[in-house]
Design a protein around this ligand. Structure first.
Ligand code: GTP
Length: 218
């Protein structure tokens, strides 16, 4: 994978093996406190923390997975939802393959802001054909008892704003978290052939000249 292919190997193998892995960038957007960091952490490390700090700027974690026989490296970008961090997060939207628009089912304002998040993403990611871009909507904190947004309202918004898939998740108890990220991957894989995202793995060059001692850095 890209993560461990930093340097060409010096051994000379008998054959060249090339496996194909897709590198997909998925970005989590939504108001501060809706649970974006918690969703990423639950999915990648299977942990949940009740006292997370607000994200400043962006962070990302990679997760390897297989979806419908496709080997995928999912690069999950978690962004700062608070308005004051806007200029720190927007430069990282470009190159995203899927956008997870996230709100919290116990926070109506975060639901009302979904449209603004979508606009911000389309603008800064410079999406040329927004109607074809894969968005997935997540209603997080499904475990809370005091809901402010119903499933019906959320589904209706998804219908009226481009027919996006909708998942209700709980980072706290892990409900639907893996399913939602896998759906994001499926959407991307279905949207085109992804050939530009194929990265060679375990590729070793034959006939490579040995490095001289002075230039060698290993
Ligand atoms: N009950 C419940 N609490 C959650 C859930 N997900 C996150 N939280 C809590 O909500 C708070 C905010 O979670 P974060 O993951 O930091 O939210 P965020 O969207 O990343 O926030 P910013 O970094 O400010 O954009 C934390 O106290 C979490 O423990 C959930 O599914 N259920």
């Amino acid at each position: 994978t890209r993560a461990n292919s930093g340097r060409a190997r010096s051994i000379t193998p008998a054959v060249t093996m090339t496996a194909k892995t897709s590198l997909l960038k998925v970005i989590l957007l939504g108001d501060g406190g809706v649970g974006k960091s918690s969703l990423m952490n639950r999915y990648v490390t299977n942990k949940f923390d009740t006292h997370l700090f607000h994200t400043i700027g962006v962070e990302f974690l990679n997760k390897e997975l297989e979806v419908d026989a496709h080997q995928v490296t999912l690069q999950i970008w978690d962004t700062a939802g608070q308005e004051r961090f806007r200029s720190l997060r927007t430069p990282f939207y470009r190159g995203s393959d899927c956008c997870l628009l996230t709100f919290s089912v116990d926070d109506n304002q975060s639901f009302l802001n979904l449209g603004n998040w979508k606009k911000e993403f389309i603008y800064y990611a410079d999406v040329k054909e927004p109607e074809k871009f894969p968005f997935v909507v997540l209603g997080n904190k499904l475990d809370v008892t005091e809901r402010q947004v119903t499933s019906e309202e959320a589904q209706q918004w998804c219908q009226e704003n481009g027919g996006h898939p909708y998942y209700e998740t709980s980072a706290k108890d892990a409900t639907n978290v893996a399913v939602a990220f896998e759906e994001a991957v499926r959407r991307v894989l279905a949207s085109d052939e992804r050939t530009d995202h194929l990265i060679p793995t375990d590729t070793v060059k034959l006939h490579r000249k040995p490095r001289s001692a002075t230039t060698c850095c290993s």
